[in-house]
Write a protein that binds this ligand. Structure first.
Ligand SMILES: C[S@@+](CC[C@H](N)C(=O)[O-])C[C@H]1O[C@@H](n2cnc3c(N)ncnc32)[C@H](O)[C@@H]1O
Length: 354
């Protein structure tokens, strides 16, 4: 294993538009590490890339902005929806007419969200807004316009919700502590978010794709480089994405085909299984993933609070790659409570295998 040392060479600047990416408060998001990731990736020669666990989509967006043909994959539908709007989308924006259509009143609209989530999240007016707008999304022409509209709804809900998570039910009035994001209605947020997403859209190289599935079932296409940022086995706290973001996941498809856990106070949905989240399955999952993509350059994001420890992962990668470099950076995740702040101070690694 080589520990890569910083050089004094001038590093290429991160493409400017990446700073304006509409990031989510997403657990494990690499948004604040993008400059560093860019520095490392800019030194590697590649044209096509798979972002195997795209999450908030920011790394895929960076790759697209670097001129790469990128496939963003995640097994959560809301992550794929955002990647479809920002990464796969070759330049489609919502027009004034689209917006007017989205905001129009159609008395045939369904009332599923209001019925299910009244008294749990948001105000009645907010929930009605979501039902009405979703009904109109179906009238938009084309999947990119629809994905922008749904992404704008997703980000609006994440912003309006305290801490951006959906773990506890709460009266929105209770949180009116002056913060603008909690003060604005969902409709007001939505208007802002449509223009935020519209302005981040651009046409990259041909063939960018947003995929939705378990990475271990992914049809291993030929990618020059595969970037992997899997969820970590939690050391103490849990790392469940569905527990935090179930509302966004349901919203991304209007809860179509989703199993709601009726006994849960917040009406969670069933979480998809991932072997990366459990001690007894994580190591073999890493091994299967490295084997699957062994013909590509492998770039693994990892952190010192993950399991297994770094040397084990490097050893696994070495089975497929002759040269391994490890880049390292101090980092602090803004997630969780103050008491966990110490735990959130970690070393971030990028392990590059060729
Ligand atoms: C650490 S996050 C990725 C964060 C992302 N790089 C970012 O900057 O926002 C891990 C992601 O992996 C996804 N995930 C977990 N297990 C998966 C699997 N087996 N296949 C595909 N995606 C998976 C989760 O939904 C989550 O979005």
């Amino acid at each position: 294993m080589t520990l890569a040392v910083p050089t004094l060479r001038l590093m290429p600047e991160i493409p400017g538009r990446v700073r304006g990416y509409p990031q989510l408060r997403f657990m494990g998001s690499k948004f604040r590490l993008l400059s560093w990731i860019h520095e490392v990736l800019a030194e590697i020669d590649f044209d096509s890339a798979l972002d195997a666990f795209s999450g908030s989509g920011c790394v895929s967006y960076l790759l697209k902005a670097m001129g790469k043909r990128v496939t963003a994959n995640d097994f959560l539908n809301f992550c794929t929806t955002i990647a479809r709007a920002t990464v796969e989308n070759p330049g489609v924006r919502l027009t004034e007419d689209d917006l007017e259509l989205l905001l129009s009143y159609d008395r045939r609209h369904r009332k599923f969200i209001e019925g299910r989530f009244s008294g749990i999240f948001f105000t009645k007016e907010d929930l009605r807004f979501l039902d009405r707008t979703w009904w109109n999304v179906g009238k938009l022409q084309g999947e990119y316009a629809r994905s922008i509209a749904v992404s704008a709804m997703i980000r609006s809900c994440a912003k309006r919700q305290p801490r951006g998570v959906f773990t506890v039910a709460g009266d929105p009035e209770h949180y009116k502590d002056g913060r603008r994001d909690l003060r604005l209605s969902l409709r007001e947020h939505f208007l802002e978010q449509v223009s935020v997403y519209n302005s981040c859209v651009f046409d990259g190289v041909k063939g960018c794709v947003a995929a939705n599935g378990d990475i271990l079932d992914f049809d291993a296409d030929e990618f020059d480089l595969v970037y992997m940022d899997p969820p970590y086995v939690p050391r103490s706290d849990d790392n469940c994405y569905i527990k935090r973001y179930h509302f966004l996941e349901g919203l991304s498809c209007y809860w179509k085909g989703m199993d709601i856990l009726e006994s849960s106070r917040v009406k969670k949905i069933v979480k998809p299984y991932t072997p990366f989240s459990y001690r007894r399955t994580a190591i073999s999952a890493f091994e299967a993933m490295f084997a699957k993509f062994s013909r590509s350059i492998l770039v693994l994001s990892y952190s010192s609070n993950g399991f297994p420890d770094l040397p084990i992962l490097v050893g696994l990668m070495r089975r497929y790659k002759s040269s391994i470099e490890v880049f390292e950076k101090d980092h602090r995740y803004h997630f969780g409570t103050h008491s966990s702040a110490e735990r959130n101070r970690v070393k971030e690694y990028l392990v590059v295998g060729r």
